[in-house]
Design a protein around this ligand. Structure first.
Ligand code: TEU
Length: 576
């Protein structure tokens, strides 16, 4: 299906059902890398506006935009200096307002990203603090704590930054150490806010309203599990070597503290006070599906990304276990599950599932999920086949699914970016030991010629674009009915045509899975209408599936005398 054929929508976004977020397919736009309207090498709002028909052609119900606020961009904009503005490289507030209206006219909801755990060190509050002595009122909006040891020369505790190194930065006055430290669970340029301070709470409630008043339909909440820190800043238990790992099964003193929930109850009441009601999507990294569900009680967040599934291995029984536990935990609080295979923090699925050993974080000993070397073409082909199969799987699971820009093209991770172009603070803080996330943030290839493959006309881009991406560009894939773009479009549209795939219950096909232990198989079932059968072959040999009409497959499946042969690394949907 071509872009033009699919953009003739007549529905305004306000006409979507109030609970659209329960079943939505949401497209994630990383504005810096989507499309560059003014040729300065940074994507911008003008670029997004020009490409809104493309996004509409995918059939999605909403877009989530990563931050575009004023920021020194030390962490790609997750270091916000002004929560109510737009970075001049990306456009103006008027541009964003126009973009929201245009998206709505195409029937697409707009979610922005709010970053409440920390500000930039360029934020006026932090600048004000730095101009005063530690312990001042201005410092009380952040976590400013006296160090240990003689003259406070040691950090206040043993907490680690998610981005490597200590989570504390020494505070200096006139170039001399003060013995005081501020907390930064991410980069030093991202001081953590003190959410016990009433002004912090009031400020963020006002920020939500500021954007809701401009028609924004909801927020993705950055590091939503991190806002409250345990009183007294207790050390991690000594045996807890991986204390900064995000899916640690043990509760940690700076993540997932009980006081967090009252903040979201308050935010929910603000979101509910609008017409139509606004939506809260949590980026919640907690170690178990049950703890995640606690954020999704009816008076808290609407949805939260399921990162257990994102981290799931290529293994039928592990996939089943995680999907079942997630659905059961969320069911208990009446919340849908939200599936995500890729985002701007994660190695592209096509590279993650290529079957190649991964780098190990030298500090924690934990795999980074980044392949330890550049992939061969054969490995890339395998990774892409698996990424396509998993995309079909997530689009067939109950709940909502997020698709990260470029995932619909099957882009691979750019593993070999030269050191001098890398920007991720993880790269700098680990002294190059961890490559970081730049490889999944390389700009989108739109055309199959030009240095920047249509990202802009100037040939400049903030990260270099691989020439071998030309066949993966939108232009190339628009011409190929077998392309990943064509698959994504068809899958999203087929899903919308079958109520069972949107609203049906999930019923595992134990018979098929017992017969073929490497296959994941389930039906989506409604009280009336034919069930849809979904199967993914995680194994290495084709299996035979008994079903009638094929709806879609991630690559060619062949009909046989008694049904269909589903090849390895392939998923398909059938009317069963
Ligand atoms: O990420 C939160 C987070 O902790 C991880 O996704 C983390 O970035 C990654 O595992 C590091 O290796 C959010 C944003 O999505 C991310 O881009 C920001 O850098 C981070 O918060 C800080 O704001």
């Amino acid at each position: 299906m071509t872009a033009e054929a699919l953009t003739s929508r007549t529905v305004h976004a306000d006409a979507l059902p109030e609970d659209w977020w329960r079943h939505a397919v949401v497209y994630q736009v990383y504005p810096r890398s989507f499309a560059d309207g003014n040729g300065d090498g940074e994507g911008d709002v003008a670029g997004v506006r020009a490409r809104l028909p493309y996004i509409a052609s995918l059939g999605v119900q909403a877009i989530w935009f990563n931050p575009f606020y004023p920021s020194p961009l030390r962490d790609g904009g997750y270091d916000v200096a002004d929560y109510r503005g737009v970075h001049p490289d990306f456009g103006t507030l008027a541009d964003v307002e126009a973009m929201i209206a245009e998206a709505h006219d195409l029937g697409i909801k707009v979610l922005l990203d709010v970053v409440p755990n920390h500000t930039s060190w360029d934020h006026p509050w932090f600048r004000e603090a730095m101009a005063t002595d530690p312990g001042s009122d201005a410092w009380s909006r952040y976590h400013c704590v006296r160090g240990r040891g003689e003259n406070g020369s040691e950090p206040p505790n043993n907490w680690r930054s998610v981005f490597a190194g200590s989570a504390w930065t020494p505070i200096e006055r006139d170039g001399s150490p003060t013995g005081w430290w501020y907390l930064n669970l991410f980069d030093s340029s991202q001081p953590d806010l003190n959410w016990e301070h009433p002004e912090v709470r009031a400020e963020f409630e006002d920020i939500l309203r500021f954007w809701f008043d401009r028609g924004v339909d909801g927020f993705r909440i950055d590091v939503a599990h991190g806002l409250i820190k345990a009183p007294g800043y207790p050390d991690y238990a000594p045996e807890d070597d991986h204390a900064h790992e995000l899916l640690d099964p043990d509760p940690l003193p700076h993540w997932d503290q009980p006081g967090i929930h009252e903040i979201y109850r308050r935010w929910r009441s603000i979101a509910d006070s609008y017409e139509p009601k606004r939506v809260l999507v949590g980026e919640v990294w907690v170690g178990t599906e049950e703890r995640l569900a606690a954020y999704l009680r009816p008076d808290e967040l609407h949805v939260a990304f399921n990162f257990s599934h994102l981290r799931a291995p290529w293994d039928a029984s592990e996939q089943r276990r995680i999907i079942s536990t997630s659905l059961a935990a969320n069911d208990r609080v009446g919340a849908p599950t939200t599936w995500v295979l890729e985002n701007h923090d994660t190695v592209r699925a096509a590279s993650r599932y290529a079957g190649v050993e991964t780098e190990i974080d030298s500090e924690s000993g934990v795999p980074t999920h980044l392949p330890a070397r550049v992939l061969t073409q054969q490995e890339k082909d395998l990774g892409l086949a698996r990424a396509r199969a998993l995309l079909l799987l997530t689009l067939a699971l109950p709940g909502s699914t997020y698709v990260y820009q470029g995932q619909e093209l099957g882009l691979d991770e750019v593993i070999d970016l030269p050191p001098d172009v890398r920007q991720d603070p993880v790269w700098f803080r680990s002294s190059g030991a961890i490559k970081g996330r730049d490889g999944c943030r390389v700009p989108m290839p739109w055309t199959n010629s030009g240095v920047t493959l249509g990202f802009n006309a100037s040939g400049r881009s903030w990260l270099p674009m691989p020439a071998q991406w030309a066949p993966l560009s939108v232009e190339s894939q628009e011409r190929d009915p077998e392309s990943t773009l064509a698959l994504t479009r068809s899958a999203v549209h087929v899903r919308a045509l079958h109520d069972a795939l949107v609203m049906g219950d999930l019923r595992w096909r134990d018979d098929l899975m017992t017969a073929h232990p490497d296959v994941l198989a389930f039906e989506r079932v409604l009280a009336d209408g034919a069930p849809v059968l979904v199967a993914l072959n995680f194994g290495t040999t084709p299996v035979s599936i008994n079903a009638t009409d094929l709806l879609i497959a991630s690559r060619a499946v062949t009909s046989t005398a008694d049904g269909w042969a589903l090849p390895a690394n392939t998923a398909a949907w059938w009317i069963s």
